[in-house]
Design a protein around this ligand. Sequence first.
Ligand code: LFR
Length: 500
Amino acid sequence: MQSAHLAIDLGASSGRAMLGLLDGEPLQLKLEEVHRFEHHACTVPTGIVWNLTGIWRQILHGLAAGAARCKELGVELTSIGVDCWGVDFVLVGAGGEVLGLPHCYRDARNEPASDRVVERVGGEEALYARTGIQRMPFNTVFQLEALRAAEPAQLDAASRLLFLPDLFHYWLSGEQATERTIASTGALLDVQSGEWDLGLMGLLDLPSGILGPIIDPGTQVGSLRDALADETGAPRGLKVIAPASHDTASAIAAAPVTDAGAPWAYLSSGTWSLLGAELSQPCSTEAACRAPFTNERGVDGTIRFLKNIAGLWLVQELRREYTDAGQDYSFAKLVELAEAAEPFRTLINPNDARLAAPGAMTPRVAELAAAAGQPAPETPGQFVRCCLESLALCYAQTADRLAGFTGSPIERLHVVGGGTQNKLLNAMTAGALNCQVLTGPTEATAIGNALVQAMGCGAIADLAELRQVVARSEPVEAATPIGAKDDWRQARERFETLSS
Ligand code: LFR
């Protein structure tokens, strides 16, 4: 065995510990799930917060399970690294103490804060020109303003801002560092240099001293604290290596691209759908701001030029609403009902801001449909079909806009992540887009996480080799389109009248 890497992959409602075993000549990766858990954002009087110590406990369970599995296999655990959703953070004091619970990015307090920040910096385009980040109300720069308004004492006491994966790396190793891909989600970096935009902090009267050293993905943060090694049975001195700590960056790193020459795009599909291209230089023009596309940082100095699309969040919230009402549909059942429902009955703009907050989804979807003069969905199948078709059309629209920036039509879309299990959505995506749609790996985030750790250990040279390993290790399927080309064309014309 060449090496064994434990990828802790945190999603917005669940987390997993995945053991990545790297072996063979040429190298191949075998991935095993050793621990999985659910977690829930909690509503408290001050907003929606994450269950920080609950997640931490589960990370330790994952570490113990990974260590035990390695012993069983007779291999040495080489490293551990954490990836997580973007933008959310904690402030810590001089003694390393966490000053308050991290707020969930869907907290309503961010919206008005984002207006105040945009006004202060002279408009949305001025902010974009500096940071190259798509305006989303939850960007860390807006969350900091919301925090300043609601909990100013925290900012006064803060000595460091840590994004959630940075915090877990700190708790694992005792060392504080900020990883670049996760930092880039916050709209706090200078788009050109990839370093903190200290001028922006000044402009917003935010203390720039809370921004610490930035490290690149694959950098060792430190070694596992002895007390944790003893508690979990993990080897003493285990390397704690920052992967691409932003989950989307890890997922895109694991796109199984072997001929990078042909124009390809990616769709990281899960709670969110992130569709874009990999660029070598940022693109922060006014047109990119309007599109809008974001310039997040990726592995090996790449730029993730992508758009945030609502994603399977819509279906997850529908499901939660039905469950709360006593109708217990599995995700697979909802997709099956959608498949049987009438095509193209109702289309919505999946990115409408009214759909972003947690809560009952059916009234909001019905409201959007009514406003657009369309029949409101009535059955679960109709609601889910409406969401999936609207997502596929939004993917097609975004791919076309993307081609306008990259200068050549997309020939191939790599769909990666948990959303690839939704075969109906894959088929709709292939129907709506005019290019080849390849799906897999499903576990892209954990694979990217583990392999960037391997890069950090010197087992893999660079991103190109990393992707060769993925392509060798994981099956990739071509999606078969559903629906007639003409129907998709007409639906797309309808969709264009709805979306911004
Ligand atoms: C996906 C993701 C997106 C980010 C959103 C909020 O899980 O990380 O990339 O925009 O969550 O953090």
